[in-house]
Design a protein around this ligand. Structure first.
Ligand code: GDP
Length: 507
């Protein structure tokens, strides 16, 4: 129920701020900040239930993995530029389509699955993310999604800088097994044995030299040795005993995402744990999906996806980011978590805005103060010339230029919020009147806060903390005002009002 024009204006402002504009045809989730703002505008006291707004987190890791189901290994092909990664992936991918469903399309979606010859229900998931961008993003977050790295070394080129980079990367990660593929063996002048010796010199303990790192000779161009490569990967994976929760909560990562005609935003998701089906609700970054369709890398519709598999998911509200984590939950849990994430992002953005505004204000104030000081010097110079000029006049001028300060004691529920509030209100004002923080502290408003504010002839700003009744009446007695709210914008607006009142000519 809207009562006054100002209510309507606020409602419109909040809707626009929340990105609704004139779009009332779709569902929108209001962050707690905006809904609190609305509640306040209508003279209601908002209570933000943080407990209910909790985010969705990845499920805990099962300690005893032996009872879990086996899953396909996830393989990344890496190596120096031009050593044949793309060619190798293309040949493997087309082989997978030929062996897989008839009529499948060789579409690039960031991953594909290759069946293991002679084994029922065994397959290998290859990642072919361009430039390994998502791979790097996921690694940066500490998410190990790759089980096996196939290091491609061209037989006619040998060890190059990026070859060493891959070796360093794999050595740092105990969960990743290395397989070397010496490529382009079809080429005239190719010398795979020479490459092997060079690898040994780099301390790569190949099996052919009694070490434990398998090495396969292949040609991505002719397909020679690829069956052996797939078999080797399968054997290595078997020893890794890769298992994951086949049921329960979902944890996965976006390998690639884009807008697709007729389907809207789609994302290739590599599933690490749990299972997902159409109709399930997912959350990823600041977007969510009710899964509309799941499409396998070979282009067929699938009913359920299991760990170790990659699949194209449609039904997203917005295109999710590559490398972002995918989790699931009930519809209401996903929406609550989303509202929470959006609120966090907005608060961070607001604080950054506030920082930027404060910095420019500070600079501006510095400039103005400099100007005032210069002008004063100039005036003094003029007066100095006239012998009869009295000093009283100069004092009066100086007093007029004195900055008016709104002195504030900031209290808050946790140190992070105290800093945030102090940062947000500090620097409100201009060269004539501004805020000065005289003290900050965590916890409810105390007698000493009131006394400190009184001594500074200032006020108290309390964020998400209360003042006990006794303290409140003491503050009233001392003429100290306490401003309390759990909404940062509300506090900022109120402080701004008070600073404006300090300006000369404002009553
Ligand atoms: P990437 O940069 O590692 O992805 O390398 P590409 O797959 O783009 O291959 C670089 C060049 O090497 C291309 O001209 C390929 O045709 C060629 N090439 C790749 N694999 C082979 C191979 O097994 N034999 C031969 N003769 N040429 C290859």
């Amino acid at each position: 129920r809207v009562h006054t024009d100002s209510h309507i204006t606020t409602l419109q402002r909040v809707m626009v701020q929340a990105g609704m504009n004139d779009d009332t045809a779709h569902d929108h989730i209001l962050s707690s900040e905006y809904s609190s703002l609305l509640a306040l505008e209508f003279n209601r006291n908002p209570i933000v239930d943080d407990e209910a707004a909790f985010d969705i987190h990845p499920p805990p890791v099962t300690q005893d993995k032996s009872k879990l189901a086996l899953r396909p290994p996830v393989v990344t092909i890496m190596g120096h530029v031009d050593h044949g990664k793309t060619t190798l992936l293309d040949t493997l991918r087309s082989a997978s389509v030929a062996k897989g469903e008839a009529g499948g399309i060789t579409q690039h979606i960031g991953a594909f699955s290759v069946p293991v010859k002679g084994e029922v229900d065994r397959s290998i998931t290859f990642l072919d993310t361009p430039g390994h961008a998502a791979f790097t993003a996921m690694r940066a977050r500490g998410a190990g999604v790759t089980d096996v790295v196939v290091l491609v070394v061209a037989a006619d080129d040998g060890i190059m800088p990026q070859t060493r980079e891959v070796l360093d990367l794999v050595r740092k990660d105990d969960n990743v097994k290395l397989i070397v593929a010496i490529n382009k063996i079809d080429k005239l002048g190719a010398d795979p044995e020479k490459v092997e010796r060079a690898l040994l010199a780099e301390d790569v303990q190949l099996e052919s030299f009694d070490g434990d790192i398998p090495c396969v000779h292949v040609s991505g161009l002719t397909g020679k040795g690829l069956d052996q490569l797939v078999e080797t990967i399968s054997l290595v994976a078997e020893m890794q005993d890769l298992r994951a929760e086949k049921e329960g909560p979902v944890q996965g990562y976006v390998l690639e995402s884009r807008m697709q005609k007729g389907l809207g935003p789609v994302a290739t998701v590599l599933l690490l744990r749990g299972s997902m089906s159409p109709g399930n609700h997912l959350i990823c970054g600041n977007t969510w999906a009710k899964i509309r369709r799941l499409t396998s890398p070979a282009g067929s519709t699938v009913k359920t996806v299991y760990p170790g598999e990659a699949v194209v998911v449609s039904g997203w509200k917005e295109v999710p980011g590559a490398g972002d984590e995918v989790l699931n939950g009930t519809e209401s849990a996903v929406k609550k978590a989303l509202a929470n994430r959006i609120r966090k992002t907005e608060t961070e953005a607001t604080l950054q805005d506030v920082d930027a505004i404060n910095n420019s204000r500070r600079e501006e104030r510095g400039r103005r103060e400099e100007e005032v000081a210069q002008a004063k010097l100039a005036r003094r110079g003029q007066r100095g010339g006239r012998v009869q000029a009295g000093t009283a006049g100069v004092k009066e001028e100086e007093e007029k230029d004195v900055l008016k300060e709104l002195r504030v004691v900031v209290k808050g529920d946790v140190s992070g919020s105290v800093e945030a509030v102090a940062g947000a209100i500090q620097g409100i004002g201009n060269h004539l009147a501004h805020v000065k923080i005289v003290a900050t502290g965590v916890g409810e408003v105390t007698e000493s806060d009131v006394m400190r504010a009184k001594a500074a002839e200032g006020m108290i700003v309390a964020f998400s903390v209360k003042a006990p009744n006794a303290i409140e009446s003491m503050a009233v007695g001392q003429g100290v005002s306490i401003l309390s709210s759990s909404i940062i914008y509300h506090l900022m607006d109120e402080v701004k009002e008070r600073v404006i009142k300090l300006l000369p000519g404002t009553f």
